[in-house]
Write a protein that binds this ligand. Structure first.
Ligand code: NDP
Length: 246
């Protein structure tokens, strides 16, 4: 049965990889959003070069903007107004400073995107799942939602919040028959590290010294597996680490 998947933050990294991997399965059609629409259109083009029959609709969205999330989700083209799967992936870490000297703008961006953005996307996507016979929400958490590391303070707090929200959603959405899973990666080599260090490529690259990080595709393939389980099986929470990450 065809399933429509909405992916937030699909313009790079894990979100882009999810689009690429799910497009290989003719049972999925893709709704892709992020702030960089041009990147989404390029991704759509590249996927459809290989899989011309894969249906894809891209739209620009800043998940921090509650009114935009509500308006865009409720006004999707008619053919895209019923969804089966939401992948709450949009997120970032910014700055790696102690709590006493952190940039409060960074704190706002992380809390607004990772927590409030995930909540808004969920709040306005769930009504679109009302007609689905196989609805599923995947939240991208992190090892940072299980542990706290030096100077990880606010990012770790946002991912601990995602962990709590995944558990809460599983309870609240049970009666609607929506499965809820959390995928919690360790280090994945994406644009994440460069965003964290505000464009400092050298510092971003150094993070992976001494180990082979995961790729976005590694995570996307696991998500495809989670989504492919029969309806009575829910993978609640998966922690996925590079083998060499302590
Ligand atoms: P990337 O920086 O490569 O991708 C982040 C994506 O989120 C981009 O597509 C970006 O798109 C989107 N995004 C950021 N802010 C917003 C916003 N306000 N509104 C809409 N989209 C937004 O990083 P990753 O792929 O690695 O990150 C994806 C998720 O994985 C995040 O939630 C991150 O916390 C989590 N994660 C990453 C790990 C890693 O080591 N990479 C480890 C554990 C978890 P655009 O800029 O176009 O809006």
């Amino acid at each position: 049965m065809m399933r429509t998947v909405l992916i937030t933050g699909a313009s790079s990294g894990i979100g882009q990889a999810c689009a690429t991997v799910l497009a290989q399965d003719s049972n999925y059609r893709l709704l892709l959003c992020a702030r960089r629409l041009q990147r989404l259109e390029e991704l759509k083009q590249s996927i459809q070069n290989t899989y011309p029959s894969c249906e894809i609709f891209c739209f620009e969205l800043d998940v921090r903007d509650r009114e935009a999330v509500e308006s865009v989700f409720t006004n999707l083209p008619k053919a895209w107004r019923d969804i089966d799967i939401l992948i709450n992936n949009a997120g970032l870490s910014q700055g790696l400073d102690g709590i006493a000297d952190g940039d409060t703008g960074d704190w706002d961006r992380m809390i607004d995107t990772n927590v409030k953005g995930l909540l808004y996307a969920t709040r306005y996507a769930v009504p679109l799942m009302a007609g689905s016979t196989n609805a599923h929400i995947i939240n991208i958490g992190s090892i940072a939602g299980k542990e706290v590391y030096p100077n990880g303070n606010v990012y770790c707090a946002t991912k601990h919040a995602v962990d709590a929200l995944t558990k809460a959603m599983r309870i609240d959405l049970l009666e609607k028959g929506i499965r809820v899973s959390s995928i919690d990666p360790g280090m994945v080599e994406t644009e994440f590290s460069e965003v964290r260090f505000k464009g400092d490529k050298e510092r971003a690259k150094n993070v992976y010294q001494g180990l082979t990080p995961l790729s976005g595709i590694d995570i996307a393939e696991i998500i495809a597996f989670v989504l492919s389980r029969p309806k009575h099986v829910n993978i609640n929470d998966l922690l996925v680490m590079p083998t060499a990450q302590a």
